[in-house]
Design a protein around this ligand. Structure first.
Ligand code: B12
Length: 209
């Protein structure tokens, strides 16, 4: 059935995609697997966009469908700790990039797993990250990005944190669409996470006891 969901998303069948998500959840499917199917579908949508088969309206439509689906899924993503006891995590989509659906899922998962999340939103200037680390004393930073230009913004952010003398006190994880281990090495971050659960695992490994 998740194959059907992938097809509905790729073919912009909004009502069908929403219904299939509800059916999958009702039949007991793991919500994280449904998110995985969404990621797979978005890869195909992105490729069609690159090839000139899809245009901006399809990207926008894909974003809208994803937002609806994540709203349906979120209540099913249960966390282990309700109290925000594990520590603070700062997160934001880096300068020049406005993609936030993946980041918002990461924020949600960190939150339900017991972290206090400081979400700086999208297109976050380098200095804003530096200032927020100083203000909050947070020990973990998450950088999200989807565009190729986000690689440079991530590196600039990590460099600015170093220059401000804050690098030793903070662990930095990166993630989002096309981000991988190579971008981690290029940017100087500590770790790359492929999905929201990775973000939780990394943060727990660093400050979660
Ligand atoms: C939907 C979408 C949009 C929507 C975004 C809506 C929104 N509010 O976010 C809109 C229409 C606004 C959009 C705009 C653009 N987009 Co766009 N978009 C996409 C698309 C199809 C899906 C992205 C998405 O939401 N994925 C679904 C989420 C749930 O999955 P995920 O992102 O992978 O998230 C998970 C993990 O990555 C991880 N994660 C995410 N963040 C973090 C952070 C940390 C710390 C960790 C550990 C993990 C982690 O956890 C998440 C949950 O499990 C992608 C294609 C793709 N394959 O990603 C193109 C894509 C990213 N866009 C692309 C482009 C080109 C654009 C535009 C430039 C188009 C234009 N001409 O204007 C603009 C950019 C505007 C800007 N300055 O940012 C290109 C980028 C190409 C490139 N090399 O740079 C892509 C790859 C499409 C393509 N193949 O060409 N886009």
């Amino acid at each position: 059935m998740s194959e059907k969901l992938v097809n509905a998303l790729v073919n912009m069948k909004e009502a069908e995609a929403v219904q299939l998500t509800k059916d999958l959840l009702e039949s007991g499917e793991d919500p994280l697997k449904i998110l995985g199917a969404c990621q797979e579908a978005m890869d195909t949508v992105g490729k069609r966009f690159e090839k000139g088969e899809y245009f901006l309206p399809e990207l926008i439509m894909a974003g809208e469908m994803l937002n609806q689906i994540s709203d349906i899924i979120k209540p099913k993503l249960k966390g282990e700790a309700a109290a925000k006891t594990l520590g603070k995590v700062i997160i934001g989509t880096v300068k020049g990039d406005i993609h936030d659906i993946g980041k918002d899922i990461v924020v949600f998962m960190l939150d339900v797993n017991g972290f206090e999340v400081v979400d700086l939103g999208i297109d976050v200037p380098v200095q804003k990250f530096v200032d927020t680390i100083k203000e909050t004393g947070s020990k973990v930073l998450g950088l999200s990005g989807f565009l190729t230009l986000a690689y440079d913004s991530m590196k600039e952010t990590v460099d600015a944190i170093k220059e401000a003398g804050l690098r030793d006190g903070i662990k930095i994880m990166i993630g989002g669409g096309q981000i991988d281990e190579k971008v981690k090495d290029f940017s100087g971050a500590d770790a790359f996470g492929k999905d929201a659960m990775d973000a939780v695992k990394l943060a727990k490994g660093w400050i979660g006891g």
